[in-house]
Design a binder for this molecule. Sequence first.
Ligand code: FAD
Length: 490
Amino acid sequence: MRYDAIVVGLGPVGATLANLLAAEGLSVLALDRDARMFDKPRAIAIDQESLRILQAIGVAERMESRLGAYKPTEYQNAAGLPLRRILPAPPPWPLAWPSYASFVQPELDACLRDRLAEWPNVTIRLAAEVTGLTQHADHATLTLRDGEALDARYVLACDGGGSTMRRLLGATVEDMAFDEPWIVVDTLLQRDVPLPPTNVQYCHPSRPATFINGPGRLKRWEFSILPGEDLATMATEASVWRLLAPWVQPGDVSLWRIAPYRFHAVVVDEWQHGRVLLAGDAAHQTPPFMGQGLNQGLRDAVNLAWKLAWVLRGQAGQALLASYTAERRPNVRAVIAITKELGLIIGERDPARAAERDARMLAEWAAGQGEIVRQDMLPPLQGGCLHASPGAGAPGPQPWLAGHRRMDDVLGRGFRLLLREAMPLPATPTLHLRSATLAELAEEDGLLAAWLTRHQAAAVLLRPDGTVFGTTHNAAGLPALLAAAEAALL
Ligand SMILES: Cc1cc2nc3c(=O)[nH]c(=O)nc-3n(C[C@H](O)[C@H](O)[C@H](O)COP(=O)(O)OP(=O)(O)OC[C@H]3O[C@@H](n4cnc5c(N)ncnc54)[C@H](O)[C@@H]3O)c2cc1C
């Protein structure tokens, strides 16, 4: 049997991508090396774009009651003074999901796998490790450790930071020069103890550290490992209790996971090698200071899924698939660069440079420049399958519609043209366009109307992944906008 797609690796990115491809009606083989799911927390923050992606496969609703509020993150100097506050955007939320939320990754992984098992067009194979790859003109063949060969028209490599697929492809990586040893400690609160109400980045030159409030009883600390310290020794329970002593004692919390971890910043150079495309940690790894590793991986998945489906159905050409790398690589690189900057602020261990940093940031704080909205730090997509116009490349708005239903659930997820008012529509044979005016949508909170006003737009065209393809100021510009979308699919 030749599958449309084989997804290698059922971490959160591979499992999301497999679900998205299944929703497109493709035949999917989803396989993972491990017999069982990794059951410890890693990612702890999920953002509105990711939740909208999970909405597309019916998983966000299953996770909704398990999400926690994501607290502001306060950067503090060694004297405990605030240097910066990074805030989740307040409601009304433009994508109809909390702008940021905390969550427990194994709960998400389980929801994703449960959902995947429900598709009749998906085969799941666990304990199936890919060890070989051969590419042909119209398909790729994977070899498993036991020698079994599996064919697919495309292979999606989602096999994580230590990616075997990357090695088999000979893919080169750009090292963005960040390599710091840290320990990540996940705990479960056992009794009421006074802990910071916000998340905190302790910008202490003596030992940079992080505290994060997870959902429920989950509390996470992360500690920088100092030069001369041994990562493995520092990761023993006795050492960890010494590190936790300023906040909690044994009995206050139980230890769930101690993970010695090197925070890396790397991006693979080419994300498409013939019939194999990389996504998630297999394509990029970031330090966790923006909580974006998984979120960026889910953006890869949603960007890739519709493009691959359109290409496999013969509705679009190879240029559309090439736009995956063209859009995602520079975007994730920019996010990693910002994350790295934050990491350098937090991780400064030189007391003199830390004092300079404090003086600069305290002055910014005093001048009212210390608070930043987290979403404002994330850049839009650029280039690729987009029409240069206001709002292009950003996540398109998702208002709540009459009956308190989210727009994507009502309109579906193809190309959607949202119009301020009715206007003549040129024929669009390729786009399979759905269009709706503000009056027809009957949004609950005026969010879309405000978005159009802010972008001086009479209409916005959303892609199947929810990204803004482009906008037009007036009816006269509509034919050009739609023609550009049709051309992008050729
Ligand atoms: C401590 C820590 C904190 C983090 N915090 C955040 C956060 O707050 N927010 C955020 O967005 N991200 C965060 N991240 C990053 C996030 O956890 C990762 O980006 C995410 O889990 C990557 O998902 P993935 O599916 O790409 O890879 P993985 O989860 O690594 O999954 C890869 C899968 O591939 C399988 N596999 C590997 N090799 C093969 C093979 N040869 N054949 C078949 N299967 C194979 C593996 O068994 C695994 O199941 C954090 C990471 C860590 C470690």
